[in-house]
Ligand binder design. Sequence first.
Ligand SMILES: [Zn+2]
Length: 416
Amino acid sequence: MTMPLMRPKRKNPVLRTPQMNLPPWSRSRVAMGLTVAAAEGRFALQVCAECGAVQYPPREACHACVSARLQWRQQSGEGRLIAATTLHHSNDLFFRERLPWRLGLVHLDSGPSLMLHLHGDVQAAGQRVRVTARLDRAGRAVVIALPDPETPYMNDDKVLREMGCDPRFRKVLVTDAKSATGLALVRALVKAGADIVWAGHAEPWKKMPGADDVAALPQVTRVALDLTDGRSVDELAGEIGGKVDIVINSAEVHRTYGIAARRGTDAARAEMDVNYFGLLRLAQAFGPALKGRSADGITHAVAWVNLLSIYALANFPPHGTFSASKAAAHSLAQCLRAEMRMAGIRVINVFPGPVDDEWNQNQPPPKLSPDALASAVVKALRDGAEDVYPGDVAQEWLERWRDDPRVLERELAAGG
Ligand SMILES: [Zn+2]
């Protein structure tokens, strides 16, 4: 049985910081479909549209009827362990440092058999398992067999932890902890077992309702952080940059203007200065330190979370300049993801629908509560997901965007 994770000992500052080695990461274009689904927390395999055969590994044509009409479909992952083995030797640097490592062969109820990683609580051949896909430290999907039913402390398993970014015992920076979403995030992280939460506040002397209760929690330290001011960002990075394991960029400016509703560029500039340039300043100041500590002990640096918006995918004209700033931030976040991936740091992009806050007062329900958004962020960290679309509105927009982005643009222009 998995033993609960214990608080790691303090690091001896004299010892060297281990460098990260990524697991093997080259995949074919067609196999990337598995990664795209895993990035959203789903386990999908190709299913033949002609004969219904489920495929593994991913391929160009059906193994049963050679049809090229293969479609990615979500799978339950239910199956049975046929064989298990323990690896005691590997020429690969990543696995070498993590031996012994267990591998298994599972027969899925839906047909195919898979070679995969084994959770520590999956033991004897014949045992029922639930197979799922997770991203590994290189950001590529790998398959793992989990115990079915679930076991206590199963998230503390060594193999599973390599694939997630669990905030437990980690040190987290929330860049804007004064908003309703920021406060909810700080509370959720403390509940999830974070060791320290640095709660950023651009104007710490301003009193915000509820902020004092959160600041009084023993894990929480309030810090001054203004993303529009390069010096403020650099100063904080100098102070805590070498200790942060997870950065959650929750800072945003949100105004409700299109183009014609306002003269001048001041509101749009303020949005860009925080939503886009703020992310850039933060990434330049905190990115290198995070990358340098991605293999530093059990609670190494692990993730960067960007709170974007579903409006980043398609412009919502009543919030036109805000949408544009979030689209810019999304593009920059893709660059950040590519750069951080080589160090094994996961960049998680969160695309919520309208949040129930002061800037969406005129939006009809359903709206996402700040607590629901915070829970979605913690879940994404635990599962190691990369792309998160919390709430019904975000899910619905995503479906429509996937179906045809040009149709969605015209629907939004007509009012939704
Ligand atoms: Zn077929």
